[in-house]
Design a binder for this molecule. Sequence first.
Ligand code: NAD
Length: 473
Amino acid sequence: MNLATGPYGKITPMAPVSLIVVGAGQRGAGYARWVRRHPDRATVVAVAEPSQVRRARLATEHGIAPENTAADWQDLAARGQIADAVLICTQDRMHAEPAEAFAALGYHILLEKPMAPDEAGCQRIVAAVEKAGVMLAVGHVMRYTPYTRAVKQIADSGQLGDVMSVQHLEPVGFWHQAHSYVRGNWRRSDLATTMLMAKSCHDLDWLQYVLGRAPLRVSSFGSLTHFTAANRPPGAADRCVACSVEPDCPYSATRLYRGLLDRGEHGWPLSVVVDDFSPQALEEALDNGPYGRCVYACDNDAVDHQVVTLEYPGATTATFTMTAFTQAGHRRTQVFGTRAELTGDGETIRVYDFLTGAERTVTPAAAGGMNAEEGHAGGDAGLMDAFTAAVATGNRELISSGPRESLASHLAVFAAERARLNGTVETIPPYAGKLSRTGRVAAQPATTCTRQVWPWHGVDTSTSRPALVSRTV
Ligand SMILES: NC(=O)c1ccc[n+]([C@@H]2O[C@H](COP(=O)([O-])OP(=O)(O)OC[C@H]3O[C@@H](n4cnc5c(N)ncnc54)[C@H](O)[C@@H]3O)[C@@H](O)[C@H]2O)c1
């Protein structure tokens, strides 16, 4: 037994929970690193990973016995329940099956987003965890940052008055777009999922969380416009290593990855390109691997800019912009209320009060950049903290990204993508059941409960949490 003080202000006696890791890639290894830093909270007792290098690395770091390692998640599942919980960190199209299997075995589940690339898969996951009565935390890490908790606390406090509009920007960053969505794992929707789901399901989920409601209607525009063969500069080669115009190209793979290696920055994104951080391994990857390709000569279809407009209950409107063509950085948001305006840049929050003319600045505890290498500004740690505490105590309330609210925000993403592709305004089906972060409210048939559930439709009851560091200027 030990004492744990999470960001929730409670002191709760907790025994370390036992975890198995399914998929020891970037995310699985990242969550496992948190466990190594918090041995009093959790232990990793088994791993399933086809890559021998990754499997062996994680097994060594956690002292996992050889019989508790497997190349495939199905081999671990075949052994029945050998731990309290599972971290499912496989790629986008490999989430629903293991989630269903491990739920049926009684595991609590931390599941990376997206839940699934299609609505049916998401619904199957929710049905499976509800049938099994296990907890599910979806990897909506943005809900768990100190910054988000501060924004949510302000929005919930009433000091903004009624929120009328929101403007939210996701500056993906020129090199991040090239790395993940032109050359990398999320470049094609048939291999992974759509850009909006891959990158911006976090944002539609974040808006739902902060506003406390799911949207009713959406429209969307956007396309893949720049990273196409039509924009290939004259004289460009298929690979950056052999390209005469590479010095003038902002998207040069050689500049990006050799620079990271030279500076000894071996984490993400370099760790996606090579397992072995030697110049030879990198040159081999640049010569032959996907990450050495010209951004104008790839097999990508992910959009490079997209806007979504949303209407929420209460006539609140929001606009969301995702764009590749930025310096990579924190999301930026303005929330416009009837009494005050909130401006947030991912680190600092300013609230301008219309009545007094005073501007208050809130600076939540610094938690690093909003990228994978830096743990998503405290979101990865916040999620692990909440999930392990929930498993240890049996308190589902600690998980704010449970099955129902995560399903609701995924449904909004699917609707927005339909709107973009079809040029329509999409009405999001009324959600059958009050949204609750606990996930314990059973779904009801939509035909019988559309009216019944009103005004609960779209209400996200997830609450804000800890105290803030704030000063008035
Ligand atoms: N929450 C976030 O902010 C966030 C950020 C990045 C990625 N993600 C999501 O996390 C998931 C994983 O992303 P990643 O970057 O870690 O990918 P990754 O490719 O680095 O890791 C996935 C791992 O799964 C392994 N795998 C494949 N088949 C398997 C099997 N049958 N059994 C067990 N393991 C298997 C792969 O070998 C790989 O190591 C994706 O769905 C991605 O969209 C979430």
